[in-house]
Design a protein around this ligand. Structure first.
Ligand SMILES: *Cc1c(COP(=O)(O)O)cnc(C)c1O
Length: 395
């Protein structure tokens, strides 16, 4: 027990002390005054974070629950949707849509690449009956950032709804829902929001609400129309996740304290730190051009047992990181820099990775990989030229 434990996974993520102390509070009742007041305050902050004037619904479930709620409330069985499948979570959209009896067409994107907006445009042109496009902003299994703003430019001029799984992106990189024309944006509590798992958040555009009003939701639990009525009264349809809502109030206060610009600038700088130091170690970044701001995926050298490297990083250095999924299991590391994570945590993770690659795989990176990472971090925070900060702010 000589090392501090550091959780650099893409969810759950570490919690700030301020949030943990709030989570230690005793229960209050979810239909009475104090709770309703907190719900109202949380609503204001969530609208800022989502960049929307629409109601943001808290749902008691993990992120996948919100994906399910969106599909079951916006579409009727037999309708057709287009799924962008460039990793595990794109596949999940397809599975959810199929479970609701939707017809699914997929654009299969090679892992590590982002979808080409032109491909979405062509698919919608070829079949105007497509009622929805289902995409991730950040595809956590590959570390890719899909061009949601460009895709929204296409869908917002058509009848097609754009549903964005922002589970590993909200609070980490910009997704101003109203400004971009996103019809459904959803996230979970355990990634960018510095909370334990178990709470999801979902917002719909005006035209998406119009679709929901025409549907009978395909399940009893997720009824977004009724949830909205309750949220307007400072409540939720069923018993609220009281502790998580109290924690959410605290985490949103922290996230918005210095404004969204500062929040995203920090995430961008952490991403630059991670990418520069892994590159300086001589490793190959997996998402080359379109990369997420909360997770960095990197290929491990051929022949190195990645599972063992990550196991040792936790045992010897106290750092927990994720490996590759499916065909990349054992060949990839995914360094999370989301939630309550700062530069020193990221440096610890990269040092642990280098050290364990060296002892397990005999692969020892250049000596100054940490200095190079920190130089990139400083330059990013100072807004120096190099990688431009492609910032669009929610407000
Ligand atoms: C984590 C994650 C999910 C799954 O969320 P759960 O909370 O495990 O249900 C879905 N999509 C993306 C992009 C994720 O990162």
């Amino acid at each position: 027990m000589l090392n501090k434990f550091r959780l650099l996974t893409p969810g759950p993520t570490p919690l700030p002390e301020r949030v943990r102390l709030v989570l230690a509070r005793d229960m209050i009742h979810h239909r009475k005054g104090e709770f309703k007041e907190i719900m109202a305050q949380v609503q204001v902050s969530l609208k800022t974070l989502f960049g929307t004037t629409s109601t943001v619904l808290p749902l008691s479930c993990s992120g996948t629950g919100a994906m399910t709620a969106a599909v079951y409330n916006l579409f009727a069985p037999g309708q057709k949707v287009l799924v962008i499948e460039g990793g595990k979570f794109g596949q999940r959209w397809r599975e959810i849509a199929l479970s609701h009896g939707l017809e699914v067409e997929s654009i299969v994107v090679p892992w590590g690449k982002a979808v080409a907006p032109q491909a979405v445009e062509a698919a919608l042109k070829a079949d105007p009956s497509i009622a929805g496009v289902l995409i991730q902003l950040s595809e956590t299994s590959t570390g890719v950032l899909h061009p949601v703003e460009e895709v929204a430019r296409i869908t917002r001029n058509s009848e097609t709804l754009l549903l964005v799984d922002g589970i590993s992106a909200v609070g980490l990189s910009p997704c101003p829902m109203d400004a971009w024309g996103v019809d459904c944006l959803l996230t979970g509590s355990q990634k960018g929001l510095m909370l334990p798992p178990g709470l999801a958040l979902l917002a719909l555009s005006e035209r998406a609400w119009a679709c929901a009003e025409k549907q009978t939701p395909g399940c009893f639990y997720f009824n977004l129309i009724k949830e909205r009525e309750y949220v307007h009264k400072g409540q939720t349809l069923f018993t609220s996740p009281v502790g998580l809502i109290l924690g959410l109030k605290e985490s949103l206060d922290m996230l918005l304290e210095n404004g969204l610009r500062a929040l995203y600038a920090k995430q961008w700088a952490l991403t630059m730190l991670t990418r520069a130091s892994l590159t300086a170690m001589g490793l190959e970044l997996f998402a080359k051009k379109d990369f997420a701001w909360g997770i960095t995926s990197v290929m491990l050298p051929d022949g190195v047992d990645g599972v063992e490297v990550l196991r040792m990083a936790q045992e010897k250095h106290g750092v927990s990181m994720a490996g590759g999924q499916d065909h990349f299991k054992g060949r990839m590391a995914r360094v999370g820099h989301m939630g309550w994570v700062d530069w020193a945590d990221v440096v610890a993770g990269i040092y642990a990775l280098n050290d364990c690659l060296c002892s397990v795989g005999g692969y020892c990176g250049s000596r100054d990989y940490i200095e190079q990472g920190l130089a990139a971090y400083r330059a990013a925070l100072a807004g120096e030229p190099g990688e431009p900060l492609p910032l669009v702010y929610n407000s």
